[in-house]
Design a protein around this ligand. Structure first.
Ligand SMILES: Cc1ncc(COP(=O)(O)O)c(C=O)c1O
Length: 388
C-alpha cells in the first residue's frame, strides 16, 4: 500500500470540481462585466447570475426570487437571524440548539446581549434535538426557531421537516443552517416548511467565499449592510459573479449525482466505522443511522484527538478533531460536550469526512495506518491501563 495524500476532511472544505472551474473561468477572464451595467458585457454577467439563481432555486424546490447570494454560510446565517430579529417590534424570544455552528451560536449570543431572550436547547446523546424540548421552550414571544439541518462535527441529521411543520403551525419563522446538508441529502424547502435556509458552495465542491440564503417570499429581513440595490437590497455590493456561477454549477452536479454518491459514501463510511470500532475502547459519536452519508466521528479512550490528527498527517491523511473552526484551540468540542460525552472522550475525538474522491483503497490505507498509531499513542498515555 503506497503512502499518498488522502483527504478526509470534506466537512471543512471540499476540492473545486473541474467542471465547476470550467464554468467559472470565463467570468474571471473575458466575461468581466458588472451585472448592474446596462451594456452587453453587463447583461451577460447578469444572465449568468440569474441562471445560477435558477439552478440554486431548483435544487431546493424554491423560487429564484427567494435566493440571495452571500459571501458564504456565515453571512447567510447572520442575515437570517439578525435580519429577522431586527424586524421585530419588540425584543422577543428565539430558540436554537446548543450544537449549532458558531456562525449561529455567536449571533444568538449577541442578540441575547442586546436583550432578546434566547433558548439554547439541549440535545440527546446522539446530538438530536427533540420536538418535545422545542414545544416546551416555546413562549408567546417566540418569533424564530433556528436548528441546523445536519451537524458539522458528528453528522447527525435533525428532524427538520417536523420542526418546520411545528413552526408553521404556530406562525413562528423557521431557519435552518443547511451548510453541511445541501448537496449531501435531499432538501425541499416547501415540503419541509423551511422559511430561511443557509448554504455554502465550498462544502459541495464549489468555490470558497460564496453561499446563499433562501428566504421564503413574504419573510421580512433587515439588511446588515447598506449601499446598493444588489440582491434586492438584502446583500448590497457588486456580485461575486464567477463564484455565484460556480455555486450554481456545483449544486446542480451535486444534486444530480446525489443518489449514487451517497450510496457509495455510506458504504465507505460504514466500513470505516466498523474498522475503527473494532480497535477497542472506541465509541461512535453521533446518530448511528440519521447521519450524513460521509461523516465518521469516533472517540478514542486514552488518546488526544490532536495527537491522532498529527500522526495521520505524517502518514499523508488529512482529518479533523472536532470541527475545523474549533481545532487550533484545545477546548473540547461544544457539540460533544452538549451530547454528554465526558471530557476525556471529547478530547479524543476524530472526524473523518468523505467526499467524491475517496475510494475503498483510502479506507484500507487509513485502517492499516490507524491500528499501529492508536497502539503507539496509547502506550505513551499515562491513563492507559497497563497489563502488568
Ligand atoms: C454548519 C456550518 N454552518 C456554517 C458554516 C460556515 O460557512 P462558511 O465557511 O461558508 O462561512 C460552516 C462551515 O464549516 C458549517 O459547517
Amino acid at each position: 500500500m503506497s503512502k499518498r495524500p488522502i483527504y478526509m476532511d470534506h466537512a471543512a472544505t471540499s476540492p473545486l470540481r473541474e467542471e465547476v472551474l470550467e464554468a467559472m473561468l470565463p467570468y474571471l477572464q473575458d466575461k468581466y462585466g458588472n451585472p448592474s451595467s446596462l451594456h452587453s458585457p453587463g447583461r451577460e454577467a447578469r444572465e449568468a447570475v440569474n441562471e445560477a439563481r435558477e439552478k440554486t432555486a431548483r435544487a431546493l424546490g424554491a423560487d429564484p426570487k427567494e435566493i440571495f447570494f452571500t459571501s458564504g454560510g456565515t453571512e447567510a446565517n447572520n442575515i437570517a437571524i439578525k435580519g429577522t430579529a431586527r424586524r421585530q417590534k419588540k425584543k422577543g424570544h428565539l430558540i436554537t440548539s446548543s450544537i449549532e455552528h458558531h456562525a449561529v451560536l455567536d449571533v444568538c449570543k449577541e442578540l441575547a446581549a442586546e436583550g432578546f431572550q434566547v433558548t439554547f436547547l439541549p440535545v440527546d446523546r446522539y446530538g438530536m434535538v427533540s420536538l418535545e424540548t422545542i414545544k416546551r421552550a416555546l413562549t408567546p414571544d417566540t418569533f424564530l426557531i433556528s436548528i441546523m439541518t445536519a451537524n458539522n462535527e458528528v453528522g447527525t441529521i435533525e428532524p427538520v421537516a417536523e420542526i418546520g411543520a411545528l413552526a408553521r403551525e404556530r406562525g413562528i419563522l423557521f431557519h435552518t443552517d443547511a451548510v453541511q446538508a445541501v448537496g449531501q441529502i435531499p432538501i425541499n424547502v416547501r415540503e419541509m416548511n423551511i422559511d430561511l435556509l443557509s448554504l455554502s458552495a465550498h462544502k459541495f465542491n464549489g468555490p470558497k467565499g460564496v453561499g446563499a440564503l433562501y428566504a421564503r417570499r413574504g419573510v421580512s429581513l433587515e439588511p446588515l449592510y447598506r449601499g446598493g440595490g444588489q440582491e434586492r437590497k438584502l446583500r448590497p455590493g457588486t456580485e461575486n459573479v464567477a463564484g455565484i456561477v460556480g455555486l450554481g454549477r456545483a449544486l446542480e452536479l451535486a444534486v444530480e449525482e446525489m443518489p449514487e454518491k451517497s450510496r457509495r459514501q455510506q458504504e465507505l463510511r460504514d466500513r470505516l466505522i466498523e474498522g475503527l470500532l473494532g480497535m477497542g475502547d472506541v465509541v461512535l459519536n453521533g446518530h448511528p443511522s440519521a447521519r450524513l452519508p460521509g461523516n465518521v466521528n469516533v472517540s478514542f479512550n486514552y488518546i488526544e484527538g490532536e495527537a491522532l490528527l498529527l500522526g495521520l498527517d505524517l502518514e499523508g491523511i488529512a482529518a479533523s478533531s472536532g470541527s475545523a473552526c474549533t481545532s487550533g484551540s484545545l477546548e473540547p468540542s461544544h457539540v460533544l460536550r452538549a451530547m454528554g460525552l465526558e471530557e476525556q472522550l471529547a478530547r479524543g475525538s476524530l472526524r473523518l469526512t468523505l467526499g467524491r474522491g475517496n475510494s475503498d483503497a483510502d479506507v484500507d490505507y487509513l485502517l492499516a495506518v490507524m491500528g499501529p498509531l492508536v497502539e503507539r499513542l496509547r502506550r505513551m498515555s499515562a491513563l492507559y491501563p497497563r497489563q502488568n
